[in-house]
Design a protein around this ligand. Sequence first.
Ligand SMILES: [Zn+2]
Length: 90
Amino acid sequence: MNEFSEIPIYLWVVIICILLTQGCWIFWDASKRGENKWLWGLFGLLNAPSNLIIYLIVTRVILKPNPCKVCSKNIRKSYKYCPYCGEKVG
Ligand SMILES: [Zn+2]
């Protein structure tokens, strides 16, 4: 008997629900922030809550929001021009 077969089915359902909720939230948040939503959404489905913490650190601390003055979309600080409207930034 291995470890996995000892986990009751309802616990698997709970785990899957948590992962799906987390994946969907990250997908939505990444899409809102102009990040790679498919990559981050998939990442969010793999592990909870560690991947959510990694996502929040990367997007909130490493990639600080830097809205464009013209179209107000979030763009990376390293960008010289806004990829959405072409305005010069930074
Ligand atoms: Zn812009």
